[in-house]
Design a protein around this ligand. Structure first.
Ligand code: ATP
Ligand code: MG
Length: 440
């Protein structure tokens, strides 16, 4: 079968614009065949475009024989164009249907399809990811990515309105950036370079110029473990600000969440219904617990943990039961659980000005006040077994006038996962990268 040409046809309406009061109007629609019910001399075709679905009703009586035969050849996921009349009819879904006058078949789809793009036949996550493009056509996937889009756009709006400059730091870095073992090496001409695991050092340097900066971008971690909340490539929303401390940036974090929840509640009610998700109403300030209080909460729930230990996944699971469906902060962490750039408290060195922002058992954000004195930074590097000489390019900038500053890094994928109550991060990432998945 030869495909038709797009020719001069152009869309006049998206499916969601077709309402009963357009009765009698001539329209041109494009999209994918979602479903066909062939009842002999009556055929119903559900046409899907990016905004929704409309029913096309074809009868031998009111449809040209050539058009009727063409429609009979359609199969799911074929791409078609339809020229036709809008017909108000109470029995049709949404009270309206399209009576086709001309049809173009623009692309075919091979059958059988690897999964059901209506989402009615459930499939395992790996089957879904193997055929991700088809999977993304399911209403649930489409809803997730529309909401994700709103979350990003609110984030950009809020951070821009609060005076933060959007920056783009390098993804290819020299070895030393944060020390850690979780770096991916890349061949860089004669040398080995690494993929950045965060913009930390660059954003800290940049506040000594722009004072308030933010970045939304992909970062890379060579995490070996296969979990439901870790990927090897993830999107981070990073904020850094001069002349503030941990408390100020915690406030910015909760205000951002407040606006994100408010916006998606207002703008994405259709998508939230599709996912069966209710957005919680939150009140600011959000609850804050110190690390010590959290250790007590865990001990009171018969969880074995000693003060000074980092919170393991099982510990976070217990916290999730205690803080059901709740965003909250944990602050005042032991200094030795945090990276070298986090500022120890001046009155009590074993504690530092760090926080994690949590949803149930999931860490969404880490942040805090940063060390701004170069001598202290050198000591902190040594304490953590890192060689200050490897950080000379970074340390240098601390001798040009480095103000006190604070900031955070928020995992966008984790945030979407939390808000939409998904239990696998892969659900909310278009093409996830993990230990066993490099394709598609
Ligand atoms: P975790 O302890 O959960 O592995 P982390 O403390 O190592 O996270 P940070 O360095 O604090 O992560 O990074 C800031 C945020 O970036 C995290 O709170 C999280 O939301 C996100 N993030 C970090 N690593 C990953 C990853 N591998 N996959 C997805 N998101 C990540
Ligand atoms: Mg962290």
């Amino acid at each position: 079968m030869m495909n038709d040409d797009l020719g001069t046809w152009r869309r006049t309406h998206y499916t969601n614009m077709i309402t009963p009061n357009l009765d009698g109007a001539k329209v041109t629609l494009f999209g994918w065949v979602q479903e066909i019910r062939d009842l002999g001399n009556l055929i119903f075709v559900n046409l899907r475009d990016k905004e929704g679905v409309i029913q096309i009703t074809v009868t031998t009586k009111n449809t040209d024989a050539e058009v009727f035969e063409k429609i009979r050849k359609l199969a799911r996921e074929f791409v078609i164009g339809v020229n036709g009349l809008v017909k108000k009819r109470d029995e049709a879904p949404r009270g309206v249907e399209i009576l086709p006058q001309e049809i173009k078949i623009l692309a075919l789809a091979n059958h059988p399809l690897p999964l059901d793009p209506t989402g009615r036949v459930p499939a395992e996550i790996d089957v879904r990811l193997d055929a991700r493009i088809l999977d993304l056509r399911c209403p649930e996937s489409q809803a997730i990515f529309k909401i994700r889009h709103e979350i990003v756009s609110t984030t950009r709006r809020v951070l821009s309105e609060t005076g933060h400059l959007e920056i783009h730091t390098p993804r290819i870095i020299a070895a030393a950036a944060e020390g850690g073992a979780s770096l991916f090496p890349v061949e860089y001409f004669e040398e080995t370079a690494y993929l950045a695991q965060s913009p930390e050092l660059y954003k800290e340097e940049l506040i000594s110029v722009f004072e308030k900066v933010y970045e939304i971008g992909g970062f890379f971690r060579a995490e070996e473990s296969h979990t439901r909340r870790h990927l090897n490539e993830f999107i981070s929303v990073d904020v850094e600000e001069a002349f503030v401390n941990v408390n100020d940036v915690m406030r910015l974090q909760e205000e951002l969440i407040f606006h994100i929840l408010k916006d998606i509640k207002n703008k994405c009610s259709l998508q939230l219904d599709t996912l069966g998700v209710k957005i919680p109403t939150i009140e600011l300030p959000l609850k804050r617990y110190t690390y010590s209080q959290v250790i007590d909460q865990l001990k009171n729930n018969d969880f074995k943990i000693e003060w000074g230990e980092d919170l393991s996944t099982p510990a976070c699971r217990v916290l999730g039961d205690i803080h059901h469906k709740e965003f909250y902060f944990i602050d005042e962490w032991p200094t030795k659980t945090r990276p070298f750039y986090i500022k120890p408290r001046s009155d009590k060195n074993e504690l530092c000005e760090a926080f994690d922002f949590m949803y149930e058992w999931i860490e969404i954000t880490s942040g805090g006040s940063r060390v701004d004195d170069p001598n202290q930074l050198i000591n902190r590097l040594r304490e953590q077994g890192l060689n200050p000489e490897n950080f000379d390019f970074h340390l240098k900038t601390y001798y040009y006038g480095m103000p006190p500053h604070a900031g955070w890094g928020m995992g966008l994928d984790r945030l979407v996962m939390a808000i939409l109550d998904r239990d696998n991060i892969r659900d909310v990432v278009l093409f996830p990268r993990d230990r066993v998945r490099l394709k598609p």
